[in-house]
Design a protein around this ligand. Sequence first.
Ligand code: C2E
Ligand code: CA
Ligand code: CA
Length: 428
Amino acid sequence: MRAQDLKERVVYFEKLQTQLDLAKEKNQHFGLVLIDILNYREVTSSSGLRAGAKLIGQVKDILLPMTHQSDCVIQTSETALSLFLPGILNENHLLMAAHKLQRLLHSFDQMVEMRSRPKCSIGLSLYPNHGLAPQSLLQKSELALIDAIKEKKLFSIYSHQLEVSHTRDRQLENDLLMAIENNDFEVYYQPKVKFSNSTSLEVEALIRWKHPDRGFIPPERFITLAEQIGHISRITEIVLKVVFQDLERLKSVGIKTVSINLSVIDLRNSDILDAIKNSMSIWGVSPEDLVFEVTESVVMEDEFNCLENLNKLRELGVGIAIDDFGTGYSSLQYFKSIPATELKIDRYFISNMLTDNADLHIIELIISLARSFGMKVVAEGVEEEATFNRLKTLGCDVAQGYFFAKPLPLEKVLDWITRFNSAGSKKA
Ligand code: C2E
Ligand code: CA
Ligand code: CA
């Protein structure tokens, strides 16, 4: 609801109350739909307010066939619309309405060019099942909308389960904020091994968070959460600091480079570049000591200047690796614009390569692609000796995986590298 316009808010709740009274009188259900136009701000900032108004108008037009009364579609905020669905029979019927909305949006997509298509997320709730009063029903639709946005779904319908997981998320969110405040993270290091001489001269830094009650939370889970609540760059800065602190000791056992993961969100503004530059000069770190790993999706995020920032990062002299390569959707057109020095083949292909010929061919293709661009090839998720041997014959440069070592805390990894490299040199 537009906060600045209390009157609009009152009118909206009055209309909603009237609908609920009617539903009660007729002993019917009532669906409350919220539609958020996710690309509204992007469109207005690139093409102006008029283009934004056109976008809202388009969504209103799409919604109209869902209802017989035009006053059942109401704009509730700069980017959101609300749709009233009277006469709904039950939850199943609400689901059918959601599918119809999906179809309408989809058929509209076919008609307009990509740039002017509204990208929407939809939240739905049902009277009286989910709430009796306008405020509580609206809150349920909002929760469903948040879920749809978070899960990148077109729509989501409120359920008790959703409420429970939302509360859990909020709790985890608070705990994560606390952990960020208190620097409650550890950085583990996973060795990478060179195929040519079986030595380990590189490691990847991987963050760990041990929750006081829930134990280790998988990084994928809390990294995503940190991205959603806008605190990922603080986590990145914590990792940078720890790695830079540990670097001397890692180098003392022969490590030449440490890879650090960056979130695509880190690359959306140039603050991260300053943070990296500053920390490098404070800790006396040279660019050759570092590789930053980013996933393929950065190239698709071009609208946020990710590529420009990635280029600036490369200009510092650090290495850039494309992580999880092969799973994204980037075209070769995009690929050639990434200033990468390394390709990391996603572990999905590696784990299947001995049993699936198609995956083996993909690996061969990735290796030859990397070669023609002068990039190094890293295979991640190497769990078996047979996989290692096969990758060696294919011409991969570096292997990383449980076959050699899991990610380890600093002291353990120092120990592992010392033993591994001295065993290698005795063999040689
Ligand atoms: P990633 O960058 O692809 O990291 C590799 C993941 O694969 C790690 O999981 C590692 O433990 C796991 N792995 C390594 N070898 C094997 C193997 O042989 N078999 C299997 N099954 N798995 C293997 P981890 O540490 O749980 O990290 C998961 C993801 O979380 C990372 O995927 C990365 O996307 C993200 N992440 C971890 N640390 C950071 C960080 O400091 N910053 C950011 N932005 N993301 C991070
Ligand atoms: Ca990585
Ligand atoms: Ca990876």
